[in-house]
Design a protein around this ligand. Structure first.
Ligand SMILES: Nc1ncnc2c1ncn2[C@@H]1O[C@H](COP(=O)(O)OP(=O)(O)OP(=O)(O)O)[C@@H](O)[C@H]1O
Ligand SMILES: [Mg+2]
Length: 301
């Protein structure tokens, strides 16, 4: 069997009285495109910082490509590229210099320049390659930080909310580039609050809540096992009969989405609408998505 890209064994992290991580066990195989999801404060960034060797676990072990992040820090760090959630950067260099320095920290020399240029191009930074980091717009800084994480060509890439505050064009460019890296064999771990991104990109998902993993499965299995269907109703007149309110997921401007635990609830909904003399303009049965799974597993914290 291949060495896992990331192996996390019984990791706990305490900050004073707070248990930010509560016994995390997780193994991510080489070549996976993996999503780490969870509400604010669930512990995602804490776990990522432990992977990156920036924080020490209170208990437990983490290894990257078989290298323990504490005992074998250098090798573990070489194998990992982390795009941090916070925008932190060195203001004195231009983009290309910064990337070459970054690769230099990891022992690369001019032989790596072709890769640096590939990253610059892949992230749409060609025009900004000679611009000083502090003069970049927020979205461009985000691109440069992603490039920085990739500069030493790590086999394992962790992206902590890379698309927060990023425009649609960059998101598409970024995902196109990251998908290509994944096809070339890089392991990708992603956190995001845009669940539709995780749903379309990631083949496996872990959902965290209060420092624990509450679901770990393929995206397809999670969609199959944890969520029913939704009924989208467009009604004449903006009122939903009170009996249907417990099923309401969201509703505005006369369009209401009801969560169905099974299909017999369609009949129930229609009967209630008839009883209340509400006219239905349109009705659609739609598949539940990862957001439904998320809300049923970790919602209401
Ligand atoms: N350095 C720290 N000192 C004390 N508490 C911390 C520290 N870092 C994180 N925490 C706490 O640990 C918990 C987990 O935080 P973490 O940043 O890992 O969450 P997250 O899942 O990344 O959330 P978000 O989606 O908001 O980024 C939170 O309650 C947070 O306040
Ligand atoms: Mg975070």
């Amino acid at each position: 069997m291949k060495t896992p890209a990331i192996q996390i064994h019984d990791v706990h992290k305490q900050f004073g009285q707070l248990n930010a991580l509560n016994g995390i066990d997780l193994s991510i195989e080489q070549g996976e495109f993996f999503a780490l999801l969870g509400p604010n404060g669930a512990g995602k960034s804490t776990l990522i910082n432990i992977m990156a060797g920036l924080l020490r676990p209170t208990i437990g072990h983490v290894s990257i490509m078989g290298h323990d992040v504490i005992a074998d820090y250098q090798q573990a760090r070489m194998a990992l590229g982390v795009v941090p959630q916070e925008l932190v950067f060195d203001p004195f260099f231009n983009v290309r210099e910064m990337l070459r320095f970054q690769a230099g920290y990891f022992g690369h020399g001019p032989e790596n320049d072709a890769w640096v240029d590939q990253v610059i191009e892949g992230l749409g930074l060609t025009d900004k390659a000679h611009t000083n980091m502090r003069k970049l717009s927020g979205g461009m800084k985000r691109r440069a930080l992603i490039a920085q994480a990739l500069a030493h060509r790590p086999p394992v890439i962790v992206l902590d909310e890379p698309t927060a505050g990023v425009d649609v064009e960059l998101r598409q460019m970024l995902w196109g580039f990251i998908k290509q890296l994944n096809r070339e064999g890089h392991t990708i771990i992603l956190t995001t609050h845009y669940l539709e991104e995780a749903e379309t990109l990631c083949e496996r998902v872990a959902m965290m809540k209060q420092g624990k993993i509450v679901a770990l499965d393929t995206t397809a299995n999670l969609l199959k096992s944890h969520a029913g269907k939704n009924l989208r109703l467009t009604l004449k007149g903006a009122h939903l009969p009170p009996a249907l309110l417990p099923m309401l997921k969201h509703g505005e401007l006369g369009v209401f989405t009801l969560a169905l635990s099974d299909l017999t609830q369609v009949e129930f909904a229609l009967a209630e609408l008839r009883k209340a003399n509400v006219d239905i303009e349109d009705m659609q049965l739609i598949e539940a998505d990862l957001e439904d799974v998320f809300m049923s597993l970790v919602g209401g914290v």
